[in-house]
Each structure stands twice: as C-alpha cells, then as structure tokens.
Design a protein around this ligand. Structure first.
Ligand SMILES: [Zn+2]
Ligand SMILES: [Zn+2]
Length: 308
C-alpha cells in the first residue's frame, strides 16, 4: 500500500524526511522546505524586509534553491542575484547560462563579475602556481572577496549564500577537530559587515540538507548546473563531510544535532578567542589582518607569472 502524505493525508508521499519522521507529497514537501527557510531567516534575524538582499549564485542546486525560495517567501523584497564567471572551461559558461534562465524566470536582476574580463585571471591559471593542489581553496578565497566587492557596488546590505546543512556542519566539525576556533566562529548563520558600507552575510539554508535543496529544484523546475567543476577534488572539508555522512547513516538526526550543539557553544567561543582587529590591505584597501590581503597576494601571483 502506498504511503500517504503525513501533512495533507490525501496524496501519495514521495519524500521521506527521516529526521522529522515525515513522509510528504511533492506539494507539501515544497511548503515544508520554504517554511523552514523562512523560519531560519526569522530565527536568526537575518534581515528586515526593507533592505536589498543579494543572493550569491554559483549555478549549483543550493544557491538556485535559495534564490527561488527567497522570491517565494518575500515577493516584495528587493532581491538581486550575484554571480562570478570563474573562466573554468565549459563549466563556467554552463553555470552562467543556467543562472540566466533562473533569474529570467524569477524576474530578478543578475549582476555578473567576469574574472577574466575584469582581472585577466582564470581559476585554471593557478595550476601553474604553488596553489595547484589547492584550486578549491584559492577559488573560495577569490569568490568570497569578489562577492563582498559586488555587494558594495550593487548597494546590497545583506549577502545571502547557499551554504547547506552539510557544508556548515562539515566546516564546523572540521574546524572543531583541528581546534581552529577563529575559523569555527566564521560559519555563524549571520556575520556582521567587515567594515562600514559592506554587507552582512547570512546563510538561510543552514538547516536545509543538500538532497532537499536538490528535490526542491526538481519539483519547482528550478534550473541549475548539470555538470561538475573539472577542478574539484577531495579536500579536507569533504573528508570530514564523509565522516558526517557515515555517522548520519546510524542516526538521522546527527547533522542537525552537530549544528545545534555547535550553535549553542558558538557565543562562548567568541569570548575565548576575540577576533584580531582588522587593518587594511595596502593594495586594494579592503579590510585585512595582513599588509597585503589573501586575495591580492593570489591575484598578483598569476600576474607575476605572466610577466616572467
Ligand atoms: Zn501532502
Ligand atoms: Zn588586497
């Protein structure tokens, strides 16, 4: 006998939510998903409805689901999509096409930062540098910084990213294992602006598992990328994510428990490890704890290589 949806009790259930002991039909799943995103935004007081929110979109399922859900929850809010074209062969243009489809569908303005057109650098250029084994890490540093810059230029007060439950629990778990407390507190659901005129950063999908973001995209017809980045390889974070997956197999609540316990101890840690006071990068003027910021150091490395 087919399982009936636990919410409407009239349609066949298709989605199993093991940690909530729920079986849902597609319509009730979409409602459940959107309601949780809204609740998370309200729980952490992520923004008021009179601000401009920029959603950092990569082309992947998570940020695509985020942009779509935000539009449904706040039809009247000023929402823009921010995307970086990283110049990765085939992959980057594919991602941008999907995002253009999505933003057209939602009538959301899209701003694209083309890394090669603007800075003359492509992520693949780092293969010739000391970062060749750490392309994902270099890419992350560059993206974080460019999104900050894009948010300033587009007058976005709040920058929302599609980090999902596994991303956050994985990063927390990894930094916890290595005792990297200063990095540990950086995955808070809300981060205040680094300096005046900059955006605060929020993570509305912190409670949404990746597979549910995917299902949401499929049920709602949300376009997202269909190919994987040719440069992505197993990283430290991913290994600890595998540990989390293994443990979650025995305990469906595990990832949520990790997240909730870590969120509870977060305020205590901030008192133990105060952040160093931020200076400014001598090249770009962005807040930085060293003389030249990590972004400028990396971009410069590629430019120097080209000159040589
Ligand atoms: Zn239902
Ligand atoms: Zn700099």
């Amino acid at each position: 006998m087919p399982v009936v949806c636990g919410k409407c009790r009239s349609t066949k259930a298709e989605v199993q939510i093991p940690y909530a002991r729920l079986n849902l039909c597609p319509t009730c799943f979409v409602d459940f998903f959107v309601a949780r995103v809204k609740k998370t935004i309200e729980e952490f007081n992520m923004f008021h409805e009179n601000v401009t929110v920029g959603v950092a979109v990569s082309g992947g399922k998570d940020s695509a689901a985020l942009l779509h859900a935000m539009r449904q929850i706040y039809p009247g809010i000023k929402l823009v999509a921010l995307h970086i074209n990283l110049g990765i062969p085939r992959y980057s243009d594919h991602c941008q096409t999907k995002i253009e489809e999505l933003t057209d569908m939602l009538h959301v303005k899209l701003h694209v930062f083309d890394l090669y057109e603007t800075l003359g650098v492509k992520i693949g250029d780092f293969k010739k540098t000391s970062f060749k084994e750490k392309l994902c890490s270099v890419c992350g540093t560059i993206k974080r910084r460019i999104f900050e810059e894009m948010a300033m230029k587009t007058r976005v007060q709040v920058l929302a990213t599609g980090h999902n439950l596994e991303d956050i629990a994985g990063i927390m778990f990894n930094n916890f294992l290595y005792g990297r407390w200063e990095q540990f507190v950086r995955v808070k659901p809300v981060l205040p602006p680094l300096a005046e005129g900059m955006a605060s950063k929020v993570k509305p999908l912190i409670r949404s598992p990746g597979n549910e973001n995917l299902l949401y995209c499929l049920y709602e017809g949300v376009p997202f990328r269909e190919i994987d980045c040719p440069f992505s390889k197993g990283t430290g974070v991913r290994k600890s994510a595998e540990i989390l997956e293994t443990l979650a197999r025995y305990n469906p609540y595990f990832k949520h428990q990790i997240l909730n316990r870590f969120l509870e101890i977060m305020p205590l840690l901030e008192n133990v490890k105060p952040k160093p006071s931020l200076g400014k990068c001598k090249v770009c003027g962005f807040p930085s704890s060293s003389e030249t910021c990590a972004f400028c150091k990396r971009i410069n490395l590629v430019k120097q290589l080209r000159k040589a």
